[in-house]
Design a protein around this ligand. Structure first.
Ligand code: HEC
Length: 127
């Protein structure tokens, strides 16, 4: 009895199709995992950004960067009181002090951009 020469090829073809199907399932699962990881990851960065970025709210920027030395209510502490800083300093001068420091106050260069502008203007209104 002659063997049908097509059968081995058919088996190989079926195995091949199965392999492709299996691989794509594994791939889909991995993609789902990666997507979950990416979503988790982006949520984390959003959270940490929310924690750090105060959206230019000057009082929050002050609490985060200055209150330790100038007091939570501007009344001073290790640094001088800033309750009337606006009567002696313009917003530009205050921004300069924040960026470069002054005397024994270290530069607060982590405050930049719109946070710096908002904080300087807010402080210059404290008269
Ligand atoms: C590590 C403590 C410290 C931190 C943090 C700090 N300061 Fe100061 N600041 C000082 C000290 C000390 C002085 C007085 C410096 C001097 O004249 O020798 C000062 C002075 C100043 C002055 C000048 C006051 C004046 O009447 O001449 C301003 C304005 C000021 N700080 C604003 C800020 C702001 C705004 C922040 C936050 C972004 C900040 N400081 C963070 C310690 C600090």
């Amino acid at each position: 009895m002659r063997r049908n020469p097509v059968v081995p090829y058919a088996i190989i073809a079926i195995l091949g199709v199965l392999t492709v199907v299996i691989i794509s399932f594994v791939g889909l699962n991995q993609r789902a995992d990666i997507q979950v990881a990416e979503e988790g990851g982006s949520e984390q960065t959003e959270e940490s950004q929310e924690g750090e970025t105060t959206g230019g709210d000057p009082e929050a920027v002050f609490q985060a960067n200055c209150a330790a030395c100038h007091g939570g209510d501007l009344s001073g502490g290790m640094g001088p009181a800033l309750t009337t800083v606006g009567s002696t300093h313009s917003a530009d001068e205050i921004a300069d002090i924040i960026q470069n420091g002054i005397g024994s106050m270290p530069a607060q260069s982590q405050v930049a951009g719109e946070e710096l502008t908002a904080l300087s203007e807010w402080l210059s209104e404290q008269k």
